[in-house]
Design a protein around this ligand. Structure first.
Ligand SMILES: O=C(O)[C@H](O)CO
Length: 359
């Protein structure tokens, strides 16, 4: 689309309908007057795969942060100025300060994540900036990780591996390294969206007695396949042997798992969180694990991330901590970046984005 307009000049402070820059005005000239190509600008907050970058480079002027760590705040505030598009990660807080710095040219914020609690949605909407995210393509990878984490926690895989390495494995022993099994258990899923349903589907293969879920709305059709039943939050807490959390972080789910919630759980319960750390009151969880109010926890997400090395969660034997790797399958992450790039190009062309966040 952009190539059509080969000879254009941008004059600041007026409106450009071609390069999509709100602060430019476009005049078409004959080739003898000017051959300056005006491309929209994109800032990427991390290094991404070549396939995704190629899509962007074809149509846009791309600048990126190439450090291994997340882009420093000051760098982001400097580089976002006058950009047309922002390709960001869940590690980047996009608030009014960033948006003010970006100015009126910013048209699309594409986050390479399904979660969007790092975006100040109201501020973004107020400025008529579009938002895209990456649902669906990471569902299988995240569900797979949730199941792996549940089994790692319940069957004490890390503890057992460490014992073997440390020479604590003296002989096969009848009750050593035992943990709760899924067979005949009750599995509770909190947040029965795409990821929650896929977790339930996978866990069904382990022959639990019941699968129950807690969700704002009832998912009658979706639940049929795994014979899952909607229950109240309290019922899920009291009846579940395994609780897997896959809801998004909102004002309603913030600290949903507090001291009162852990108290209602079975002392044999295994708690697994692959959504966001904010859904858990972490001090209450530490207490519950230390006092054996619950049996164990597997966490892919926590507060803050990364977890400081002196955090008690890292010292507890009944807690497995992973560094937020839910969607970390090679192909999944590549596809997430490609989807972000496609969303940006579509938004800049004024076309429908493949995965716009509409809330
Ligand atoms: O929000 C997301 O995309 C996930 O947390 C990434 O693993």
């Amino acid at each position: 689309m952009f190539q059509k307009y080969r000879y254009i000049v941008c004059i600041p402070n007026l409106f450009c309908g071609i390069c999509t820059n709100r602060a430019h005005s476009v005049f078409s000239f004959s080739s003898t007057v000017s051959n300056k190509m005006c491309k929209p600008s994109v800032y990427i907050t991390r290094e991404i795969n070549k396939e995704a970058l190629d899509i962007l480079n074809e149509h846009c002027e791309v600048t990126s942060w190439t450090g291994l760590d997340p882009v420093p705040r000051d760098e982001l505030l400097e580089k976002i100025e006058n950009k047309n598009a922002l390709f960001c990660m869940l590690t980047d807080v996009i608030d009014s300060k960033v948006l003010d710095k970006a100015g009126q040219n910013l048209q699309i914020i594409a986050t390479m994540s399904v979660g969007y609690d790092h975006l100040e949605i109201q501020e973004i909407k107020k400025r008529n900036i579009k938002i895209s995210y990456t649902p669906d393509i990471l569902t299988d990878a995240t569900a797979e990780l949730a199941v792996a984490l549940l089994l790692t926690t319940s069957r004490r895989l890390l503890e057992a591996n460490e014992a073997a390495k440390k020479g604590e494995w003296k002989a096969w022993s009848p009750f050593w390294m035992c943990g709760p099994g899924l067979q005949n258990s009750t599995v509770g899923i909190v947040g029965f969206g795409r990821i929650g349903q896929e977790i339930a589907k996978r866990l069904k293969a382990f022959n639990p007695k019941d699968i129950i879920y807690y969700n704002r709305s009832e998912k009658v059709e979706e639940a049929k396949q795994m014979d899952a039943k909607k229950v109240s939050f309290d019922q899920l807490l009291t009846e579940s042997d395994f609780i897997s959390v896959s809801c998004s972080l909102t004002s309603e789910t913030m600290n949903l798992f507090n001291a009162a919630a852990f108290k209602k759980m079975k002392s044999t319960a295994v708690f697994v969180n692959t959504s966001r750390g904010g859904v858990v009151d972490q001090d209450a969880l530490i207490n519950a694990l230390e006092n054996k109010t619950i049996w164990g926890a597997g966490l892919d997400v926590m507060t803050p991330e990364p977890l400081p090395l002196d955090n008690p969660l890292l010292k507890l034997k009944n807690c497995v901590v992973l560094p937020h790797i839910g969607s970390a399958c090679i192909e999944t992450r590549q596809n997430m970046a490609i989807l972000c790039a496609k969303n940006i190009i579509a938004a800049l062309k004024g076309e429908q984005m493949p995965s716009e966040l509409i809330i």
